[in-house]
Design a protein around this ligand. Structure first.
Ligand code: FES
Ligand code: FES
Length: 155
């Protein structure tokens, strides 16, 4: 089938199998490698992207669902001050170890802080509940997101 959608601010049209997931489309056909394949069944959040601005597991989205939609990955937010602030906070708080969960974690945090610049620790935890990290134990990730929210409010 032929589908047209926006990917990181650009219109794209491609031929895709009806049963291909957005995750496989991005990684296999479009070279978007920040989006990681972990469980491939909606459990780990490493494949998180923003679909029309909301975090979703791209392994659960099929090609026909993309028509006319807007998909954003960290590649599309490299110049975005909020994403950049989050990356800096993750680095300084020691919230990245192997980095496998990081792009998805950043997108969930991005969506939270875009809509709420002063979240509580519980709100941060709820926002990343679908993003598993096997390395850090989450404490530094929550700290990084709270630090990033402070930076936004100070700017
Ligand atoms: S790869 Fe999609 S949720 Fe794990
Ligand atoms: S830093 Fe390794 S999975 Fe999160």
């Amino acid at each position: 089938m032929r589908i047209s959608f926006r990917l990181n601010g650009k219109d794209v049209t491609c031929e895709a199998r009806e049963n291909i997931t957005l995750l496989d489309l991005l990684r296999g056909e479009m070279g978007v490698k920040s989006v990681k394949k972990g469980c491939d069944q909606g459990e780990c959040g490493t494949c998180t992207v923003l679909l029309d601005g909301s975090p979703v597991n791209s392994c659960l989205i099929l090609a026909p669902q993309l028509e006319g939609r807007e998909v954003t990955t960290v590649e599309g937010l490299q110049e975005d001050p909020l994403l950049r602030g989050l990356v800096e906070s993750f680095i300084s708080a020691g919230a990245i170890q192997c980095g496998f969960c990081t792009p998805g974690m950043l997108l969930s945090a991005y969506a939270l802080l875009r809509d709420n610049s002063n979240p509580s620790a519980d709100e941060v935890k709820r926002a990343i509940v679908g993003n598993l990290c096997r390395c850090t134990g989450y404490v530094n990730i929550v700290k990084a997101i709270l630090n990033a929210s402070e930076r936004i409010r100070d700017e």
